[in-house]
Design a protein around this ligand. Structure first.
Ligand SMILES: CC(=O)SCCNC(=O)CCNC(=O)[C@H](O)C(C)(C)COP(=O)(O)OP(=O)(O)OC[C@H]1O[C@@H](n2cnc3c(N)ncnc32)[C@H](O)[C@@H]1OP(=O)(O)O
Ligand SMILES: CC(C)C(=O)C(=O)O
Ligand SMILES: [Mg+2]
Length: 504
C-alpha cells in the first residue's frame, strides 16, 4: 500500500521570513483558507512571540481553520511556548513547534551553550510544552551540520520528553540528497523509539537542492515534509510545495507515496502568493512558471500536436491551469463570467461576485478581450480589512520631456474629498508626492515594479510598491494596483499600501 506523506506548509512562517514577503492580517487569513482548500495537513501560521500582530494572526487562523492542524513556532524559551499556546489553543488540532540549534557552530557562537546544556534545554522545554498539549514537534535547527551521534541524543531526548514529530532541517541548504538520505537512515537505525514518531524534513534551497533533499528524505522514510508555496522563505527559500507534491504524484511509480493535496488548487495558491507578496516567480519555475507548459520549438510543437505526452509529463489541468474555451469581453454575461472564475478555482459569494462583475464590465469597456490573468487581477486585489480610508477619484498629469511634471490627485475618505498638486521629475513621483500631501504620512518608497499582465496594446498593468510608512517603522508594506493605464495602476498601488497601513 502507498505511504501517506503529510504536507506541512510554512508559507506563513518561514515563507514570510523572505525579504519583502510580509503579509497583513487579512492577507494571512486569505492564504490560510486557501491552504486549507489545497489540503495541507499542517499549516505553520507564524511565530507567536515575534510580535503581538503575529500572535493575533495565528489565533485568528486557529479559530478559522477546521481541516488542517494549525501550528506556531517557539524557541526553547518558556515565554515563547506560552505565547504559542495562547495563539493556537482554539484550533481544532493545535500544534506547538519547538526548536533549538544542535550544530557546533550554532551552539558555540549563537546560543553560547554547551552540548549538555542544549540536551537539558530540549528535555525541559519539550516537557514544559507537554503541559499544554500532546501534538508537539521538535526541530533540531542546523541538524545537517550537527554531529550525527549528538543529533541522535537530541532526538532521543526530545522523544522521551514527549515530542511526536521530529524535524531534521537542512537549515542552510548545505547537504546533498545522498547525504540527507544517509542521515535520516542513520537516525532511524540509531535512535530507540524513532519508529513511534513522525520524522520530518525542512530543507532550504541555498544550493538549489531543497526539493531533491526532501525527496531523498521521503525515500529514507520521512513521513512529513515542510515546504512553502512558490518555495518562498529565508534566503534562497524553502523546498517548494508544488514541486514536491507533483514529483510524488507524477512519479508515483517510483516513490509510491500519496499526499492529501488537491493538486488542482496549486496554480491558484501560487497566484495568490505572488499577488499578495508582489513577488513573481520566474517563467521557468517548475509546475507554475509561465513557461512550464509552453512549447516554443518546432520539433516540440510537432510532438505535442501529435500527442501531448511526447513533451508533457503532467497536464496543466492537473495543477489547476484551466483550459480557456470561452472568450470573455464586454458582451459576456454573468453566467460565463462566473463559470470562468470557477474554472480558475474561485468560488465567490454572491456579494463578491456582484462586485467583481461590476469591475469586469468597467474593464471590458477599456479592453477588448479579458484574459484569465485579467480576471485574476480583477478579483485578486485582496481588499484591505477595516474601513477603507482613501479612494482615488481623479488624477491629472501634466508632463513632457522639457518641463517638470505636475500631478493633481483627488481622493476621497468617507464623505470628505481632498485635492492636492505636486511637482516632480516624473508622473509617478509627482503622483506619489501629491498623495503624501493629502495623507500627511511620511512614506519611504523601498521598491516599485510595473509589469504587463497580459499581452497586446490594451494589456493591463500591475504596479507593486513596497513602502515603509512612519518615522520609526521598519515594516515593509506591499501595495498593489491594476489598470490598463500605468499611472493609474501606480497610484492605486500606492493608495492600496497607504490603506493597508491605516487599517493595520
Ligand atoms: C531557522 C529559523 O528560521 S528560526 C526562526 C527565525 N525567525 C525569526 O527570528 C523571526 C522572528 N524573530 C523575532 O521576532 C525575534 O528574533 C524574537 C522575538 C524571537 C527574539 O527577539 P530578541 O529577544 O530581540 O532576540 P534576538 O532576535 O536579537 O536574538 C535571538 C535570541 O534568541 C536566542 N535563541 C535563538 N534560537 C533559540 C532557540 N531555539 N531557543 C532559545 N533561544 C534561542 C539567541 O541566542 C538570542 O539570545 P540572546 O538574546 O540571549 O543573545
Ligand atoms: C525553525 C526551523 C525549522 C527552521 O526554519 C530551519 O531550521 O530552517
Ligand atoms: Mg527554515
Amino acid at each position: 500500500m502507498s505511504r501517506q506523506i503529510r504536507i506541512f506548509d510554512t508559507t506563513l512562517r518561514d515563507g514570510e521570513q523572505s525579504p519583502g514577503c510580509s503579509m497583513n492580517l487579512s492577507e494571512k487569513i486569505e492564504v490560510a483558507r486557501q491552504l486549507e482548500t489545497l489540503g495541507v495537513d499542517i499549516m505553520e501560521a507564524g511565530f507567536a512571540i515575534a510580535s503581538p500582530g503575529d500572535a493575533a494572526a495565528i489565533a485568528t487562523i486557529a479559530h478559522t481553520i477546521k481541516n488542517s492542524t494549525v501550528c506556531s513556532l517557539a524557541r526553547c524559551v518558556e515565554k515563547d511556548i506560552d505565547a504559542a499556546w495562547g495563539a493556537v489553543k482554539e484550533a481544532v488540532d493545535p500544534r506547538i513547534h519547538v526548536f533549538l540549534a544542535t550544530s557546533p557552530i550554532h551552539m558555540q557562537y549563537k546560543l553560547k551553550m554547551s552540548p549538555e546544556e542544549v540536551l537539558e534545554s530540549v528535555r525541559y522545554h519539550v516537557s514544559y510544552t507537554k503541559k499544554f498539549l500532546n501534538n508537539i514537534e521538535f526541530s533540531a535547527e542546523d541538524a545537517t551540520r550537527s554531529d550525527w551521534d549528538f543529533l541522535c541524543r537530541v532526538v532521543d531526548t526530545a522523544i522521551k520528553a514527549g515530542a511526536n514529530t521530529i524535524n531534521i532541517p537542512d537549515t542552510t541548504g548545505y547537504l546533498t540528497p545522498g547525504e540527507y538520505y544517509d542521515l535520516i537512515k542513520y537516525l532511524r537505525e540509531h535512535v530507540d523509539g524513532v519508529e513511534n514518531v513522525i520524522l520530518s524534513c525542512h530543507n532550504h534551497n541555498d544550493l538549489g537542492m531543497g526539493v531533491a533533499n526532501s525527496l531523498a528524505g521521503i525515500q529514507a522514510g520521512i513521513g512529513q515534509v515542510e515546504c512553502t508555496i512558490n518555495g518562498i522563505g529565508e534566503r534562497a527559500g524553502n523546498a517548494s510545495l508544488e514541486e514536491i507534491v507533483m514529483a510524488l504524484k507524477t512519479r508515483k511509480d517510483y516513490f509510491d507515496c500519496d499526499t492529501r493535496i488537491d493538486t488542482k488548487q496549486i496554480y491558484r495558491s501560487s497566484r495568490m502568493i505572488q499577488t499578495i507578496t508582489g513577488v513573481p516567480v520566474a517563467p521557468t519555475k517548475p509546475i507554475i512558471g509561465a513557461n512550464a507548459f509552453a512549447h516554443e520549438s518546432g520539433i516540440h510543437q510537432h510532438g505535442v500536436l501529435n500527442n501531448k505526452s511526447t513533451y508533457e509529463i503532467m497536464t496543466p489541468e492537473s495543477v489547476g491551469i484551466p483550459k480557456n474555451a470561452i472568450v470573455l469581453g464586454k458582451h459576456s454575461g454573468r453566467h460565463a463570467f462566473e463559470a470562468r472564475l470557477k474554472d480558475l478555482g474561485y468560488t465567490l459569494t454572491t456579494e463578491k461576485l456582484d462586485k467583481a462583475f461590476e469591475k469586469f464590465k468597467v474593464l471590458a469597456d477599456r479592453k477588448k478581450v479579458i484574459k484569465d490573468r485579467d480576471l485574476e487581477a480583477l478579483i485578486g486585489v485582496v481588499p484591505v480589512s477595516g474601513p477603507v480610508r482613501y479612494t482615488l477619484q481623479q488624477y491629472v498629469i501634466n508632463s513632457g520631456n522639457t518641463i517638470s511634471t505636475t500631478a493633481v490627485i483627488k481622493m476621497s475618505k468617507g464623505d470628505e474629498s481632498f485635492e492636492r498638486a505636486a511637482l516632480s521629475d516624473g508622473p509617478i513621483n509627482a503622483s506619489f508626492a501629491a498623495i503624501d500631501k493629502i495623507t500627511g504620512l511620511k512614506v519611504q518608497l523601498e521598491d516599485y515594479q510595473l509589469r504587463a499582465l497580459t499581452d497586446g496594446q490594451d494589456a493591463q498593468s500591475e504596479a507593486v510598491v513596497k513602502m515603509i510608512i512612519g518615522e520609526n517603522s521598519q515594516d515593509v508594506i506591499t501595495g498593489r494596483g491594476v489598470s490598463v493605464d500605468i499611472v493609474e495602476a501606480s497610484i492605486k498601488a500606492y493608495i492600496n499600501g497607504v490603506n493597508k497601513y491605516l487599517n493595520n
